[in-house]
Each structure stands twice: as structure tokens, then as C-alpha cells.
Design a protein around this ligand. Structure first.
Ligand code: 13P
Length: 249
């Protein structure tokens, strides 16, 4: 079965509830449910309001992080069952900003993947290399190791429910997107790695997004590559018309 393209907006730490709702109103006026999956990954405070605002539109909603335990003495954290209660469809795991600023490791990423899957929330697992790693010619090796460690012990059949987002750190928020060829090459490499570790059916099923300075102007060339199944969009997803234009690539 052909993989459905998946365009997701990562709002990072932007928008109040009021601002999120005004985005939803403007976006609903533009968006008609089409062939692609579309999701907004928002801060925790906005999730209930967004789920409600997007009810019946086909726009899916998710969080940007979760804790790997179901409950416990973890001040400030939110668990998978708590997100499921809000009807969350997706959760981002292991974004490079969380790896960089919040001590996220391949080990916590791995535990969070299990937590999300067992609560029936679809994980979007981020991988990607820094500029020095790319310049040293070690990007594939680095990303391959993130995939191997992050997905250790995951069942081959679970890849139908998993999205991997390839986000080279040097392309995030810089306006300097990877070329479509660089993005395709790494997404194809990641698919090959999934095949090697989990088998061909898992590799065929898993969706692999590219993220890093995706804009209306470069969405077409990136999103029409065979191994790129979608985009994880930061800045451009904050603006209804820009996000809509990317979805319509
Ligand atoms: P930008 O699209 O702003 O570069 O952000 C990409 C990203 O980090 C999405 O998760």
C-alpha cells in the first residue's frame, strides 16, 4: 500500500491559547481535507482547545513531548495516558531541541516510543546530524546509530504506526534547508537502515518526513521525492496561508 504523505506543523513554544484558536479559525477557512494527513503539534496548554477547534475537519492534533512513565513523582511532566485522554493523535519524540536543551538521549527516546505506542499515540521520532558531523562526512553513520538505538526492541509490525522525521540540525530555523537531493538521500538511507534492522515490510510501511526550513517555496521539490513521505514544518506552520500552501505542494 502506498504511504500517505504526512504534513505536520511543530509549533514549538509559540502561541497562547487565544492565538492558537485564531490560527484554527483562519486555517479552517482555507483547509479542505485532502489526500494527505495533516497535524498540528502544539504546546500542552493549547491541546484541548485545538482538538475541539479542529473536530470534524480532519486536522489531527498532537504534543511535542511526553514522559515515558504512565504516572509518578515527575514534577512538570505529562504522560502518554494523559495525552490520550485529550484525544491526542501524535507526539513528537526526540526533537533535536529536546536532545540539546533537555538532556533527551537515544535511551529516553526509546522509552518514550514504547510509552506512546502502548497508549495508542503515534510517535514522530526525530533524528538528524549537526553541521560538524555532516562536514566530517559522518552524517549517515550518526543518523543510522540514532535509528538503531532509538528503535531498539520495537516490533517490526509497529512501523506502520511510526513516523521518523529527518531533521538536520543545521537546517532548523536557519532558512538553509537541505537540498531536496540531500534530504532524499538521507531519508532513503534511513529507510534502508529500517529494512536492515526490522525487515522490508517495516521499511515499506514507515513514514519518513523531512524537517528543516520547509517553506511554500521549497515544499514541492522536497515532498515529491520517493523516500520523503512528508514534512515536519516549524516556522512556516505558524502562518495559516503558509502551512496551507505547503500542504498543497
Ligand atoms: P523550521 O521549519 O522552523 O526550520 O523548524 C523545523 C523543525 O524543527 C520542525 O520540527
Amino acid at each position: 500500500m502506498a504511504r500517505k504523505k504526512f504534513i505536520a506543523g511543530n509549533w514549538k513554544m509559540y502561541k497562547t491559547v487565544a492565538e492558537a484558536l485564531s490560527f484554527a479559525e483562519a486555517f479552517k477557512a482555507l483547509y479542505v481535507s485532502g489526500p494527505h494527513d495533516v497535524a498540528i503539534l502544539a504546546p500542552y496548554t493549547q491541546l484541548a482547545a485545538l482538538k475541539d477547534a479542529f473536530a470534524g475537519t480532519g486536522v489531527l492534533v498532537g504534543a511535542q513531548n511526553l514522559h515515558f512513565e504512565a504516572e509518578g513523582a515527575y514534577t512538570g511532566e505529562v504522560s502518554a495516558p494523559m495525552l490520550k485522554e485529550l484525544g491526542m493523535d501524535y507526539v513528537i519524540i526526540g526533537h533535536s531541541e529536546r536532545r540539546q536543551y533537555f538532556a533527551e538521549t537515544d535511551e529516553t527516546v526509546n522509552k518514550k516510543i514504547f510509552a506512546a505506542l502502548s497508549a495508542d499515540i503515534l510517535p514522530i521520532v526525530c533524528v538528524g546530524e549537526s553541521l560538524p558531523t555532516r562536514e566530517a562526512g559522518e552524517a549517515s553513520q550518526f543518523v543510522g546509530a540514532q535509528v538503531a538505538a532509538g528503535f531498539a526492541g520495537v516490533g517490526a509490525e509497529d512501523f506502520e504506526r511510526i513516523t521518523i522525521a529527518y531533521e538536520p540540525i543545521w537546517a532548523i530555523g536557519t532558512g538553509l534547508a537541505a537540498t531536496a537531493e540531500q534530504a532524499e538521500d538521507m531519508c532513503a538511507f534511513i529507510r534502508g537502515k529500517v529494512a536492515e534492522l526490522f525487515g522490508d515490510a517495516a521499511a515499506e510501511a514507515v513514514r519518513i518526513q523531512y524537517g528543516g526550513s520547509v517553506k511554500p517555496g521549497n515544499a514541492t521539490e522536497i515532498l515529491t521525492k520517493p523516500d520523503i513521505d512528508g514534512a515536519l514544518v516549524g516556522g512556516a506552520s505558524l502562518v495559516p496561508a503558509d502551512f496551507k500552501a505547503i500542504i498543497d505542494f
